[in-house]
Design a protein around this ligand. Structure first.
Ligand code: AG3
Length: 285
């Protein structure tokens, strides 16, 4: 198995090559965790500007400084659009950030299905802000492959959130038609799925390819955007998928107190797409 390291040999710097020719780097204050699981290489370092940074196979997954941009935008558009989300499923998201955001809503139960138990352990140990989240009695942690879990699970859900990695490499399956069909079969009437969809600039092909099949599966399948400073090119895309809820027509949003990024204006603005993306989606593949 080939895995990429972010740390250099002297462990003074961690970098992600976003393309072979450009990327992002962090100087290292401390290395908090370095390990390899059955699935991937996990590194947690500390940086002066971004605090703790989690990298998996050399790709930035989350940083203390900007994780709320991503987690609030992955979770709240779907959760706030649903009048009463009681049962929620998160696929991926072993760092616990998405779980923390879901738990800000009055949900009954949240399942978090992460393939790699080592990611959960490492984040629990080294991201102190997330400890209590994992202890919430409404949360059930399942270490399993999301794609297999969804075949077997008997429950159905009001909201499903897909907090995967990029639409290339090991989590490719979480960006395929068959997976979305399975997710839909586990969605309650009126349910909503939100999925991280990749970078605005780097994953255009993937957005175009996915939009073709998502349109066939869901009545409403808009993409929405949000900034994430440490992800490739800084702007990130998410899929909003539902048969019932059209985000353009939602009148009441259920927004928990104390959020740092998300609010009703951000919600509305996030569905506005730049021309090059809208045109590409219209063209399909
Ligand atoms: N999920 C999305 C990470 C994608 C980042 N891609 C990259 N750096 N090339 C991260 C999990 C956060 N809960």
């Amino acid at each position: 198995m080939k895995t990429n390291r972010a740390l250099n040999a002297k462990k003074t710097e961690a970098r992600e090559y976003q393309t072979p020719a450009s990327g992002i780097f962090f100087t290292v204050k401390d290395v908090l965790y370095e390990g390899r699981s059955k699935f991937q290489r996990i590194e947690i370092i500390r940086n002066k500007d971004y605090g703790r940074v989690l990298l998996i196979d050399g790709l930035v997954q989350t940083t203390e400084r900007d994780e709320f941009y991503y987690h609030e935008m992955l979770v709240h558009p779907a959760m706030a659009s649903h009048a009463r989300p009681a049962k929620v499923l998160i696929i991926g998201g072993g760092d616990g950030g998405a779980l923390r955001e879901v738990l800000k809503h009055p949900v009954k139960k949240v399942w978090l299905v992460e393939i790699d138990g080592k990611v959960i352990e490492a984040c629990r140990a080294h991201f102190p802000g997330l400890k209590t989240t994992f202890r919430d009695p409404r949360a059930e942690l399942v270490v399993a492959d999301g794609n297999v879990f969804i075949d077997k699970v008997r429950e159905t859900f009001d909201v499903i959130l897909v907090d995967s990695s990029d639409p290339v490499g090991p989590s490719t399956v979480l960006h395929q038609e068959s997976f979305y069909r399975k997710l839909k079969s586990k969605l309650n009437p009126g349910g909503i799925i939100a999925a991280q969809a990749g970078s605005l600039m780097l994953h255009l092909d993937s957005h175009a390819r996915k939009s073709v099949f998502l349109k066939k599966i869901f009545r409403h399948s808009p993409l929405y955007l949000g900034p994430v400073p440490t992800y490739p090119v800084g702007t990130w895309c998410y899929n909003f998928l539902s048969d019932k809820i059209d985000p353009g027509k939602v009148r009441t949003l259920y927004v928990p107190d104390g959020l740092r990024y998300f609010n009703p204006d951000v919600y509305r603005a996030s569905f506005a797409l730049p021309n090059f993306l809208a045109e590409r989606l219209k063209k399909g593949k």
